[in-house]
Design a binder for this molecule. Structure first.
Ligand SMILES: [Zn+2]
Length: 378
């Protein structure tokens, strides 16, 4: 089962409130989706994740394909049962790893480069460790070095075996510093793969197509129009979206204007607290972010008055909770001083407490925006 209903549209922005119905429950949108790369939110069990207010999680097809393998997960009852998560799940397609393990690794760059980007990658150029062909991508496993092939058909088969509620079409996520000709070719490839994904989709799961196009306006419009015209259940917005919140807003406006109004939109792989209002105001219904958990494991707490680096000595004398008034387990039971001590002593509990607080903080930030949309204030 999959149904998306828009319950309210903002008059102040393109934001909308909605309900995503799946066979594992109803999701209130807009919503932030924590990333459970290897079928786990690092350091937390599923009960702890639920208590942070998280409504659904996204897992990575590429990682689960390598370890333990989709057949193992299927034989153990599918991803929900395997990881003891009864709420909805998404899997990505492996397309992002074409970038992160390819040019992303070669040039040591992330999807988003702040400031001006110089084109360094030309049409036809190949990354060092993987080979992009017309039918799919050859990867060299980072686990044991074996070669694996992932194309539209393979991605659909793996995601079907994993059994998430929402899955994504296999795409090529172009690097942010690719030239126009490279991105143009890449968009064509993503479009061809999108059609093949629809052909190989077993229809038991909701399938989202992914619009690409880098920072080139015409390519973004072309991709959003083409992907938006295909019979997908929803749409992902992939690739880089500029080096600032302002640019992201401008580029999201190009794309969301071309996508069908009544279907859900997911922004792939972004979400610092300062980005979130812009993502939602641009009309995205869901977005996934590693920020709360990744930064949490590295000692950063997000609060309404900014970031705290808990490894800092000054917090060893601070009796306050991370965020006064926060009802998460970390804030109701532990002081900044104790959590600082945990990080300074490299105790795993520190990572766990900050992951709990940060997920709670992000989920609260988004639910506050949902309330504001409801009240006509956003
Ligand atoms: Zn808290």
């Amino acid at each position: 089962m999959f149904k998306f209903t828009i319950t309210k549209k903002s008059k102040k922005s393109r934001a909308r409130l909605g309900l995503l119905k799946t066979s594992h429950g109803v999701i209130e949108t807009p919503v932030m989706i924590p990333v459970a790369t290897q079928a786990s939110i690092k350091t937390l069990n599923s009960e702890q994740v639920k208590k942070t207010g998280s409504q659904l999680l996204i897992c990575n097809t590429y990682h689960l394909r390598l370890r333990p393998g989709e057949k193992v997960i299927k034989s153990l009852g599918g991803l929900h049962q395997f990881m003891n998560w009864s709420k909805p799940l998404m899997t990505d397609s492996g397309g992002f790893q074409v970038f992160s393990l390819g040019f992303g690794r070669d040039f040591n760059v992330s999807k988003i480069i702040k400031g001006r980007v110089k084109s360094q990658i030309k049409a036809g150029q190949q990354p060092k460790l993987l080979k992009i062909t017309k039918t799919g991508v050859w990867f060299r496993s980072h686990v044991d070095g074996r070669k694996i092939f992932l194309g539209p058909k393979e991605s659909m088969e793996i995601q079907s075996a994993l059994g998430a509620d929402i899955i994504f079409a296999f795409d090529e996520c172009p690097p942010p510093h690719a030239n126009r000709a490279y991105v143009s070719d890449s968009v064509e490839l993503t479009h061809k793969w999108a059609e093949l994904c629809l052909k190989h989709h077993d229809k038991k799961q909701a399938l989202y197509g992914i619009a690409q196009g880098g920072h080139f306006r015409d390519l973004r419009l072309k991709s959003a129009r083409f992907i938006g015209s295909l019979p997908f259940d929803g749409f992902g917005i992939g690739g880089e979206l500029g080096g600032s919140v302002l640019e992201m807003k401008k580029m999201l406006a190009w794309v969301t204007a071309e996508l069908p109004e009544g279907k859900p939109r997911h922004m792939l792989g972004t979400g610092h607290p300062e980005d979130i209002p812009a993502i939602i105001a641009s009309g995205c219904d869901t977005f996934d972010s590693i920020v709360p958990t990744h930064f949490g494991r590295h000692g950063t707490a997000f609060t309404s008055s900014g970031r705290l680096n808990l490894s800092n000595l000054i917090f060893l004398k601070d009796k306050k909770p991370l965020e006064p008034g926060c009802e998460c387990e970390a804030c109701t039971g532990y002081s900044r001083a104790y959590i600082s001590h945990l990080f300074r002593s490299r105790e795993l509990l520190g990572m766990q407490l900050l992951s709990i607080h940060n997920l709670t903080f992000f989920n609260r930030l988004v639910s506050d925006i949902r309330r504001k949309i409801e009240e006509g204030k956003f």
